[in-house]
Ligand binder design. Structure first.
Ligand SMILES: Nc1ncnc2c1ncn2[C@@H]1O[C@H](COP(=O)(O)OP(=O)(O)OP(=O)(O)O)[C@@H](O)[C@H]1O
Ligand SMILES: [Mg+2]
Length: 497
C-alpha cells in the first residue's frame, strides 16, 4: 500500500454554530489527481486547511506515506511535504516575484546577506516550469495581473519540492488559455509522482485531468469514484443531491427601451471608442480573452476612470464620472475581484449586504430601522441561499462561493437599473449557478438591464440576448444570440474579422 501518499480518516471540525466537517475520509495516491468536489460551503477548503496545519481537527487521523502524522501548524505541514495554494491569494504585494517564492528561504552568502543573483536564477527556474517566462523575477507582485499572481503561488508551491500539492480552485481566476496551461502543469507534476488534490467548480476540468473524484456535501463524505466511470450528471447529483436539468432558463422576451447607452467611450491606453446600448430586460454578454479590456470596461461604466472620454448615459440623462454618480444613476458593479473590491472581509455579512444602500435605509439605530435591516438581510440570505448560520459573523469566514453571493446580494439590494456583472459565477457551485441564472432572469423580467462579462463560453451563450466581443480595448464584433457561435466569438476575441 505504499502508493497511498495521503489518507485522512474520520476528520471532524466544527466552528461556532457550524459542523464544517463530519467524519470525512479521503485518500490520494502518488501520481494521482484527486478532484475534491462539493457545493459552496461543503467543507472542501476547511478539509484542506486541516492538512495545511491552519486548522486543528476535532477528531480523526491523518496518514502520510503510511505513517500517522500530526500536523501541528503550517511549518509542520510543509515539513511533511504538503504544499497548498489557497483559494484566496497569500502573496506580499510589495515584494518581488522572486522574494515571494523564496520568502524566508532566500539563498544567502557567507555573511548572511541575500544572494540576489542566485535568488533570481532559482526563481527564474521555477517560474519557467509554470510558464511565467515573460515576467522578470524582479517584478513586484503588485504589478502582476491576477493570473500571473496565481502562477507565482504555484511556482512557490512547487519550489518546496512537495509530494502532496493542494490546489484550492486554482483555475477560478484564470481564463481559457491560462487555465489550460495550468492543467498541463498539473499533469506534468502528476507525472513526476506528486499527489495532487484539485478543487474546482468547473466540471469539464475534472473530466479533463482528474483520475478520481471525492465528494463532500454539508461537511459529510458522500463518496468517491474513478473519474472515467461517472458522468457529469452523476457527479452533479452526488454534489447537490438532486438532478439539475436546465442550467440556463429561457430568456426574458419583453425587452423595453434602451437604459444604458455608451458612446465613444475611450480611456487612454485601455479602451477605444466603445459604443453600446442595453435595453430594459436585456442581457448583453461581453466576451473576450484575458486582457481584452472587458474588466476596464466594467470599471469605466461604474465611473472608475475620471479621465474617460465619451458619454455614458442611463435612461437618456445621467453622465457618469464617478462611482457615486454611477450608483445614483442606478448602476451597480459586481466586480471579479471580490476580495479587493467587492467585500469587506472583516465586516459582518449583515453590514456588507447593507453597505451600498446604507444612505437610503439611513444608518440610524432605531428599533424599526434595525428590524427593517434585519428583514432585508434575511431576504438576501434566503433568496441567494447564502450559507451562514448568523449574519453577524465576519464575511471572511464564509466559504468562497458564499462570499461571492454576498457581493451579489449587496448590489441587488440597491435595486439597480443596470447591473454590471464581471464573472458572476466564478467559484459558484453548479446548483447555486442555476439559482443565480434563474434570479437573473427574474430580474430582467422586472426590467433590469444586465451587462455580463464572462470568460465561460457556455454561460455567455446560455444567458445573453446579444454578445459583444472585445479585443485590445475595442469591441471587435457584436451579434444577436441567434447568430452567435463559439467559433465566431473566438475569432473576434483574437482580433480576427
Ligand atoms: N474560520 C471559520 N470560522 C467560522 N466558520 C467557518 C470558518 N471557515 C469555514 N467556515 C464555515 O465552514 C463551512 C465550510 O466552509 P468551506 O470554506 O470549507 O467550504 P468550501 O467547500 O470550500 O466552499 P466553496 O466552494 O464556496 O469555497 C462553511 O459553512 C463556512 O462558513
Ligand atoms: Mg472553498
Amino acid at each position: 500500500m505504499d502508493t497511498i501518499a495521503l489518507k485522512m480518516e474520520g476528520i471532524c471540525k466544527h466552528f461556532p454554530g457550524v459542523k464544517a466537517l463530519d467524519r470525512v475520509d479521503i485518500e490520494v495516491r502518488k501520481g494521482e489527481i484527486l478532484a475534491l468536489l462539493g457545493e459552496n460551503g461543503a467543507g472542501k477548503s476547511t478539509l484542506m486547511k486541516v492538512l495545511a496545519g491552519v486548522h486543528q481537527p476535532d477528531a480523526g487521523s491523518i496518514y502520510i506515506n503510511g505513517s500517522k502524522a500530526v500536523i501541528q501548524g503550517p511549518r509542520s505541514s510543509q515539513a511533511l511535504g504538503i504544499s497548498i495554494i489557497y483559494q484566496e491569494f497569500n502573496l506580499v504585494p510589495n515584494l518581488s516575484v522572486a522574494e515571494n517564492i523564496f520568502l524566508g528561504r532566500e539563498p544567502r552568502r557567507v555573511r548572511g546577506v541575500i544572494d540576489w543573483k542566485r535568488l533570481h536564477q532559482q526563481a527564474q527556474a521555477v517560474m519557467e516550469r509554470v510558464g511565467l517566462k515573460h515576467v522578470s523575477p524582479k517584478t513586484l507582485v503588485s504589478e502582476l495581473g491576477i493570473a500571473e499572481q496565481q502562477l507565482v503561488e504555484i511556482a512557490k508551491a512547487i519550489s518546496y519540492a512537495s509530494e502532496i500539492i493542494i490546489m484550492d480552485e486554482p483555475t477560478a481566476v484564470l481564463n481559457g488559455e491560462d487555465a489550460k496551461q495550468l492543467l498541463r502543469i498539473m499533469l506534468e507534476l502528476k507525472k513526476q509522482g506528486m499527489a495532487i488534490i484539485f478543487i474546482t467548480h468547473r466540471l469539464e476540468e475534472v473530466e479533463q485531468i482528474a483520475d478520481r473524484i471525492s465528494v463532500l456535501r454539508d461537511g459529510k463524505y458522500i463518496g468517491s469514484a474513478n473519474a472515467g466511470e461517472v458522468t457529469r450528471d452523476d457527479i452533479v447529483k452526488m454534489m447537490v443531491g438532486r438532478d439539475i436539468t436546465d442550467l440556463y432558463p429561457e430568456r426574458n422576451e419583453k425587452l423595453g427601451q434602451p437604459v444604458l447607452t455608451v458612446e465613444h467611450l475611450t480611456v487612454k491606453g485601455e479602451l477605444h471608442d466603445i459604443n453600446l446600448t442595453v435595453r430594459e430586460g436585456e442581457i448583453l454578454g461581453i466576451g473576450g480573452l484575458m486582457g481584452s479590456g472587458s474588466t476596464q470596461l466594467s470599471k469605466a461604466l461604474f465611473g472608475l476612470y475620471p479621465n474617460m472620454q465619451g458619454t455614458i448615459t442611463v435612461n437618456g440623462q445621467t453622465r457618469i464620472r464617478s462611482p457615486r454618480e454611477a450608483i445614483d444613476a442606478g448602476i451597480a458593479l459586481v466586480s471579479d475581484d471580490r476580495k479587493g473590491e467587492g467585500l469587506v472581509l472583516i465586516m459582518s455579512v449583515f453590514e456588507n449586504l447593507l453597505l451600498p444602500s446604507y444612505r437610503r435605509i439611513s444608518a440610524g439605530g432605531t428599533l424599526m430601522q434595525r428590524a427593517k435591516q434585519t428583514s432585508i438581510v434575511e431576504k438576501w440570505v434566503d433568496l441567494l441561499k447564502i450559507k451562514v448560520h448568523d449574519p453577524a459573523v465576519e464575511a471572511g469566514t464564509l466559504s468562497g462561493g458564499n462570499q461571492q453571493k454576498v457581493v451579489l446580494g449587496k448590489w441587488l439590494q440597491m435595486n439597480p437599473k443596470v447591473l454590471i456583472l464581471n464573472e458572476p459565477t466564478r467559484g459558484i457551485d453548479v446548483g447555486a449557478k442555476a439559482e443565480i441564472y434563474q434570479l437573473m432572469k427574474t430580474l430582467t423580467e422586472q426590467g433590469l438591464a444586465i451587462v455580463m462579462i464572462s470568460s465561460e463560453m457556455p454561460e455567455l451563450l446560455g444567458m445573453s440576448h446579444r454578445i459583444a466581443v472585445m479585443h485590445e480595448g475595442r469591441i471587435t464584433g457584436e451579434m444577436p444570440i441567434q447568430e452567435a457561435t463559439q467559433e465566431k466569438i473566438f475569432l473576434y476575441a483574437t482580433g480576427g474579422k
